[in-house]
Each structure stands twice: as structure tokens, then as C-alpha cells.
Design a protein around this ligand. Structure first.
Ligand SMILES: O=C1O[C@H](COP(=O)(O)O)[C@@H](O)[C@H](O)[C@H]1O
Length: 256
């Protein structure tokens, strides 16, 4: 069963924060010196992470950042300081405010970014960039993947539609995507095998702009959408955090 939680505002952010801390504590329980291995999306998730893990007075001190190893489940192939970079958004939205929180220097996570020297190359360099990112991945499965859901049902940079259907069949853990329907056009993305192996997968989705796609995912079970496909592949490992704006058309599932 896929778990669905619907709440709004501060409650929404705190539910996400509580879930992340549970995943962190579970991963570090048996070996307090272990790493918590996390993959994050870009987009609206970054603001939620800031509010839940940096701004929240109760949760912030409980985040063991120095033990986090953090990867991007997808990345746009642009320089790291480009406004479209997922790394750049996370740096500006979470790492920088974290570093200066409470007036002293705080240690952040170990962050794995793409090889920036390849971003202006041709298709071969972009394929190489995906291959190199795959080589950086941990040897054990991810403890947690925090995913977004676009209004078209995409997650990571796994897009729906005929042209990108092949992405759902790929076996390599990281793929180069060209001609993305959402700019920028060139990206890398985690693929389904790596998502399926993760211990926990959470989707975080808010706003009215996502109400139609939620209906497609939860009422219509449209598994041509990468998000719905993940629900059907690993239902017991998936949780959804959705706000009432996004949830308003769903009729067949009652949030917990
Ligand atoms: O392009 C992307 O979009 C998705 C969804 O973003 P959101 O702003 O609607 O939450 C995001 O999860 C992905 O990482 C990003 O590259």
C-alpha cells in the first residue's frame, strides 16, 4: 500500500521533516558513524527542505548533516551556478542558509554534484557526464529518495510520453536525457532500477497545478506516468506528501 499524507502550510512541511528524520535515525541506528544516503530532486522540494530542516526550530538541531551523503536524483546539464541547476538551487536554498545559521559555521552534508567541466560538450560528453555520475553512486542502496512530481506526472527527469518511454526500461542507474519537454533540454536522471532498490521513496507535491495529475495517478492508476509507475512497482516503500490544493480531485484514496 502506498501511504498518502495530506496537510497544508506548516503542518505539511513538518510532516515531511518528521519523515526525513525518521529515515535518518533508522539509517544511523545500528552504526552511529554510518552515512545517511539520500537523493533529492530540484524544483519546489528545495524550499520544503529549507523550511523543514533549517528553519524549523525543533527539527533543525536533530539533522545530522555531517553524516549525510547527498546526491541529485536528476540534474540539469548546465553550470552549477546557473539558475536552472538543481545543485545551485540547493546550495542557495539550503546549504548557504545552513552554513550561517545561528551565527556560527555549520557543517553541511557531503554533496555529489555533476562534473561541471563536461556541461558545454556535445552528446558524447553529456553521456560521459551521466556515466561519471553513476560511478559516484554509493555501493549500497539509497536510504531515502525525495522526489517531486511535475504537473505532467514526471519525476526525476523521467518524462511521460512516447518519445521518453524508453527511459522507463533503462537498466543503467543514471541516464542522459536530451530534448526534455521541460527546459533545460539536457539533463541526467536516476532510472527505475535505482529507485526500486531504495529503502524509502517519498514524493512531495503541492499546489493546485498538480490536482489533475494526482487524479490520473491515484484514481486512474495511469502507469504510463513515471510517478504512478513507481507507485505500482514498490507500493510498500512509497509515501506521498501532498497538500489539499493538489489532492482536491482525488476520490478513491483517503489520506492517512
Ligand atoms: O524539472 C524538474 O521538475 C520536477 C518537479 O518540480 P516541481 O517544482 O514541480 O516540484 C523536479 O522534481 C525535478 O527535480 C526537476 O528537475
Amino acid at each position: 500500500m502506498v501511504h498518502v499524507y495530506s496537510s497544508q502550510g506548516t503542518e505539511f512541511v513538518r510532516r515531511v521533516g518528521k519523515y526525513i528524520l525518521e529515515a535518518q535515525d533508522e539509517a544511523l541506528r545500528d552504526d552511529p558513524k554510518a552515512h545517511f544516503i539520500v537523493g533529492i530532486s530540484g524544483g519546489s522540494l528545495v524550499k520544503t527542505l529549507y523550511e523543514a530542516l533549517v528553519q524549523d526550530q525543533e527539527f533543525a538541531p536533530k539533522v545530522r548533516w555531517s553524516q549525510w551523503q547527498l546526491y541529485f536524483v536528476d540534474e540539469r546539464i548546465v553550470p552549477l551556478d546557473d539558475p536552472d541547476s538543481n545543485y545551485g538551487a540547493f546550495k542557495n536554498g539550503v546549504l548557504n542558509p545552513l552554513a550561517h545559521r545561528d551565527g556560527h559555521l555549520n557543517l553541511g552534508p557531503t554533496v555529489f554534484a555533476i562534473n561541471e567541466s563536461l556541461v558545454n560538450g556535445g552528446p558524447a560528453e553529456k553521456d560521459q557526464l551521466a556515466k561519471e555520475y553513476a560511478e559516484e553512486l554509493p555501493s549500497s542502496p539509497f536510504d531515502l529518495l525525495l522526489l517531486g512530481c511535475g504537473p505532467d506526472g514526471h519525476t526525476c527527469s523521467l518524462f511521460p510520453g512516447e518519445k521518453h518511454r524508453y527511459l522507463l526500461d533503462l537498466k543503467e542507474p543514471v541516464a542522459h536525457v536530451s530534448e526534455s519537454p521541460k527546459p533545460p533540454s539536457d539533463r541526467i536522471t536516476f532510472t527505475l532500477p535505482i529507485i526500486e532498490q531504495a529503502s524509502r521513496v517519498a514524493f512531495v507535491a503541492g499546489g493546485e497545478g498538480k490536482k489533475q495529475v494526482m487524479h490520473q495517478i491515484f484514481d486512474k492508476h495511469d502507469t504510463s506516468l513515471p510517478t504512478a509507475r513507481i507507485n505500482s512497482l514498490i507500493p510498500t516503500k512509497v509515501s506521498w506528501f501532498v497538500d489539499p490544493g493538489a489532492w482536491q480531485l482525488v476520490q478513491t484514496v483517503k489520506p492517512e
